[in-house]
Design a protein around this ligand. Structure first.
Ligand code: ZN
Length: 348
């Protein structure tokens, strides 16, 4: 299944492409989980000064965050601000990623690369920063010190700190065991280092400029306008060799932030979701291994239950759903036969 009929994406990329769309939808479901009644979830405030809170609730014109800061609820104010930043940036991140995938599907690789630059160079760095040194980022934002948190100048003037944030964030990633062994500067090299042979910077610059003069990316004539079939293939290969990994890593960062800013995710939920994510991830590398892994898990567990919102019954994922679980976004309900979406994070 694809978004367009006129797709130009060669079949060999479809499994990775669909996995990326799956992760997009899973992250989107985490975005919605942050909300209650269409606004961000509330926060419990320490009750040591009930009188203050009563004064606040009588005056509906007061800015909540300002009030919290002025009344010694700094911790609560910080969490609320971080939630707002996280949530707004996540919406932006998801829009760019989805449009990049749609562009890739139509074979528009230069546009796809251009669209990936912002979410993975900018938004993701702020997620990582919020996770590792959130209060520092907030104070820069609060004091309007934009030169201290603009990505380009952070890369130039605070490189050691940037590398530290990226490597710490990698160490804490819940999917770390699924990634190839990565050295501690891997994320920095991939996203910010022109001189690294596997850097996305090379593609981003070629995609964004017709002419580039810096040594590693010096233009021959014009970038990306006279593409041969081979160039096109190389671009897609590179795109799908990096994007599934980057999205899975981002999802790990986002889940860590969700736990830090909203609530702990139960071990039961993590276990359940990891079965789906892990077997899909293994399948994009080796389909047989993915199937083997999932069959093994299903056998061990007896059944993998899933709730069907269509008929309101508890049904289960079984071996006959193997291909659906690994390569699509739905399984069929065994009670009513309607499709049950699996491209979401299950909060059990
Ligand atoms: Zn059903």
């Amino acid at each position: 299944m694809t978004y367009y009929d006129d797709i130009a994406l060669p079949k060999k990329y479809l499994i990775k492409h669909n996995f990326c769309l799956h992760l997009h939808d899973v992250i989107l479901s985490v975005f919605f989980e942050c909300m209650e009644d269409e606004t961000l979830k509330g926060i419990e405030i320490r009750e040591e000064n009930i009188k203050d809170l009563e004064v606040f609730s009588e005056d509906s014109n007061t800015d909540l965050i300002k009030w919290l800061y002025n009344n010694a609820y700094e911790n609560e104010a910080n969490i609320l601000l971080k939630r707002r930043i996280f949530h707004a940036m996540l919406a932006d991140f998801l829009s760019y990623v989805l449009e990049a995938l749609k562009a890739a599907e139509k074979g528009k690789t230069a546009i796809a690369y251009t669209l990936l630059r912002k979410p993975f160079k900018d938004n993701l760095l702020y997620f990582e920063w919020l996770l590792i040194r959130g209060n520092e980022l907030l104070s820069y934002v609060d004091n309007g010190e934009i030169e201290n948190y603009e990505v380009g100048s952070v890369r130039r003037k605070q490189r050691a700190k940037m590398k530290l944030i990226l490597s710490k964030s990698m160490e804490r990633n819940p999917f770390l065991d699924l990634f190839e062994p990565v050295d501690k500067d891997f994320m920095y090299n991939l996203r910010y280092n022109y001189n690294s042979p596997y850097s996305l910077e090379l593609m981003w610059n070629n995609a964004n400029h017709l002419v580039t003069t810096a040594k590693p990316i010096r233009t021959k004539d014009f970038n990306n306008v006279f593409l041969t079939e081979e160039d096109f293939d190389n671009h897609l290969d590179y795109f799908y060799s990096k994007l599934p990994f980057l999205l899975l890593y981002s999802m790990g960062v986002i889940l860590n932030l969700y736990e830090m800013l909203f609530e702990k995710i139960s071990d039961e939920s993590k276990f359940y979701n990891n079965i789906l994510i892990k077997s899909k991830w293994i399948s994009i590398l080796d389909q047989d291994k993915g199937k083997e892994l999932l069959v093994g898990i299903l056998k061990k567990l007896d059944a993998l239950p899933i709730y069907c919102e269509g008929c309101g019954e508890l049904t289960e994922i079984s071996e006959k759903d193997l291909d659906r679980v690994l390569f699509s976004w739905f399984v069929d309900c065994q009670k009513c036969n309607e499709p049950i979406p699996i491209s979401r994070y299950f909060f059990l």
